[in-house]
Each structure stands twice: as C-alpha cells, then as structure tokens.
Design a protein around this ligand. Structure first.
Ligand code: ATP
Ligand code: MG
Length: 380
C-alpha cells in the first residue's frame, strides 16, 4: 500500500487524478488483508505504458498492470461502459475524465468507494453506510446491472461468503428474477466464481442464499449437492465442493469442461464415496493412485456416508501408506533376488505393502527379509 501511495503521488505530479478503488478500499476500511490493489486514474493506458513499467492485461477495458518498485497494481482508466451486449461485456468503453462516471459502472456500493493517497475516502454512492450495515447492494437498479453483466449475481454470493455480509433485499429479489441470465455466462467463469464462494468462511450462508435464489438450477450437476449441504448445515470444504456435488449427481457434468486432471480426480473421489465399505487397503490404494485425493482424504472422509471417526482411525492406523516407506531398499531386493531390475520390483513392493497393511508382518527390516526368503523358497 505504501508503494501504491508513492505511485499515486507520482501520477498526481504528472497531472493526473488517481485513487485506490473497489476491493482494496473496502478491505482497507474493514481492516482486512487485501491481496490485490486496484487503482483508478484519469490517465489513459497509453500514458501509463509510456511513463511506467506496465503490462497491458485488459487494454480494451483500460486496464494495465503496473510494476512499481517490486509491487504490482491493477490500474484502470476511469471509464464508462456502453451497451452490454451478451449479459457480460460492454460493446464499447469510453475513457472518462471523472470518477462520477467511473463509479456507475462498478457493481456494488461497497465496491464503489475511492480513496486518495492521504487515505481520504470519497463516497459517491452511500457505500460507507452499506459497509457499516454489512450490506451488499448494487449501484443503481439491480435488474439493469445484472442484465448488463450476469456474473455480478455470483459475485454477490462471493462477497457474502468472503465478508459475512447480508444481501440487500431488492438485490436478492432481482437475482431471483434474473437468474436465467446466468445461461449466458461461460462455464469457466461460473466455475471460478463458485470455487471462490466455496473457499471463504461464510460459504454455507452464501450457498444457502444462492439456493434460495433458485440460481442453482443453472449450475448443471451441482443442484443436489448444494441442497444437501444447505439442508444438513454442512460447511462446504473447498476441496470437496465440486466432487461431492458430482457424487450426488451420479457423474461429473460435461458442462463444466474440466481439465482431464481435474475430471479424473473428481471421478476418483466419486469412486471412494461409492464404496460400500472402506478398508485400510482400499484407503491406501486411493492414497497412492491420486495425489490430489491423498492430500484431501481427510475432507473426503468427513462427508463419507459411513462413520467418519472410525474411518479416520482406520486410516491413521495404517502402518505405512506408500512403498517409499518400506523398510527395505530396491538395492537389497536386487541382491536377494539376484535378477535384473524390472517391473517385478514394484510387484514385490506391493505385496510387501499389502502384507504389512494386513498385519501379516511388520515394517521391519529383518522381518521383511525373512518373509521374502521364505516366499522365495516357496516360489522356486
Ligand atoms: P477481491 O477481494 O476478490 O479482489 P474485488 O471486489 O476487489 O474482490 P476485483 O475482481 O479485484 O474484485 O475487482 C475490483 C473492482 O472492480 C471491484 O471492487 C469492483 O469495483 C469492480 N468490478 C469487478 N468486477 C466487476 C463486475 N463484474 N462488474 C462491475 N464492476 C466490477
Ligand atoms: Mg480486488
């Protein structure tokens, strides 16, 4: 923030207005950490590019990323958006000389505050009042604002989740009324916003409102899951929000155009959840097959239809979870078997792993050698 202040000062000296804006002012006033700093200015992108180290990241919409003394800020030229054509993008933006116009294109009153380099807040839309009342409310007529950009409907729930704020009644009713517009938003954008909702602390409340608004009807494959979480008061863990919804749905919905990696991971989670009984060996199997499942096994087990505590105990009691932890090295296996390296090594390691999980032997060097020698005799 210090460096951003210096940057704003420098812009001021060059004859331009510049302010902190949006999420960064909101979070500053709420004393929350802000990860991105947004700045609004009367300077055009061309001017910024000519005078600072800058990366054009959304030139069409007047946004450049400024690299300044090791910090980076998104700097957007004051603008006015004209004729939103697809419920998401303005057909044209015109750069504007003042924040009076710039503020009107921003989504919610709490996101429409500007702050000078001296930390003086400029409130043109009663944003402070809503911030005090913890209220998320569109700037201007909500029907119009959601028709311009339907993604804002999901941003409203995101802010509920992140800030633990309430939704203004008219804003909520308007989402209910306009929910169908979500059809015009791309799967990737919706996915990203839902993921953000699931990440924050108040996700249950946010999904509850989202459910009440009827918008989940336009989220293919997720409706049942959301309903389940809401009706059972389950706080949604980010990692399992999508896979659990798809589990209740019966399959991963193609609508989301997931990456192969993500899709396979979700299918693995579904497989685990579909098991009638869970044993230590299939826990290990999943643990080894899919690293993502492994790192999330705790969260997955929490929603497993069987007794969670019992399974966790089962899982914790596994003497070893991977062949890497075997108390015998590959060198030693080569010596014992006197064969060239090959796939047989993996087979033996897997046999050992299973024998140890089934408690036939302990993961102890001498016991393993003894066990292998005996089996070798049998095999020969
Ligand atoms: P976060 O804490 O996630 O950064 P944010 O509100 O700052 O939340 P950004 O994407 O960083 O979100 O956007 C910065 C600002 O740009 C917002 O605070 C808001 O003023 C404006 N903005 C962002 N998205 C939209 C939108 N879809 N419609 C209108 N204004 C928007
Ligand atoms: Mg932001």
């Amino acid at each position: 923030m210090k460096r951003a202040t210096l940057f704003i000062e420098e812009l001021n000296k060059l004859g331009h207005e510049a302010y902190f804006v949006g999420g960064s002012v909101r979070d500053y006033l709420l004393k929350r950490d802000s990860f991105d700093i947004d700045i609004a200015t009367s300077a055009t992108p061309d001017f910024l590019m000519a005078n600072f180290k800058a990366v054009p990241i959304g030139l069409k919409f007047g946004t450049v990323l400024i690299l300044y003394n090791g910090s980076r800020f998104e700097v957007t030229t004051f603008r006015k958006d004209l004729n939103y054509y697809d419920n998401r993008h303005p057909e044209e933006v015109i750069f504007s000389k003042s924040i009076n116009e710039d503020v009107l294109r921003r989504d919610f009153t709490i996101n429409g505050l500007y702050m000078t380099k001296d930390l003086e807040v400029i409130d043109l839309i009663d944003g402070i009042k809503d911030l005090d009342n913890k209220l998320i409310k569109t700037i201007g007529n909500p029907d119009e604002r959601f028709r311009e950009d339907a993604l804002r409907m999901l941003r409203a729930f995101y802010l509920v989740s992140k800030l633990e704020f309430s939704l203004d009644k008219n804003t909520f009713l308007s989402i209910h009324k306009n929910k169908e517009l979500l059809k015009n938003i791309s799967a990737e954008r919706i996915y990203r916003e839902l993921d953000k909702i699931a990440t924050h602390q108040n996700s249950l409340e946010a999904f509850s409102l989202l459910h009440d608004s009827g918008i989940s009807k336009y989220l293919p494959g997720l409706e049942k899951g959301i309903k389940y979480f809401v009706n059972n008061d389950i706080k949604i863990q980010k990692e399992i929000f999508f896979p659990f919804c798809f589990y209740l749905n019966g399959k991963v919905d193609k609508f989301w155009k997931l990456s192969k990696l993500n899709e396979t991971h979700y299918q693995n989670v579904i497989k685990i959840l579909k098991l009638e009984k869970i044993s230590q060996s299939n826990l290990v199997k999943f643990h080894r097959e899919d690293v993502m499942v492994a790192s999330r096994i705790n969260e997955i087990l929490q929603i497993f239809p069987l007794n969670y505590q019992e399974i966790i105990k089962l899982y914790d009691e596994i003497p070893l979870k991977d062949i890497q932890e075997l108390a015998i090295s590959v060198d030693e296996l080569l010596k014992i078997y006197n064969k060239n390296p090959g796939p047989w090594i993996k087979d033996i390691q897997n046999n050992l792993l299973n024998a140890i999980i089934k408690k036939e032997i302990n993961n102890n060097h001498l016991e393993i050698i003894d066990y292998l020698e005996k089996r070798k005799d049998k095999d020969e």
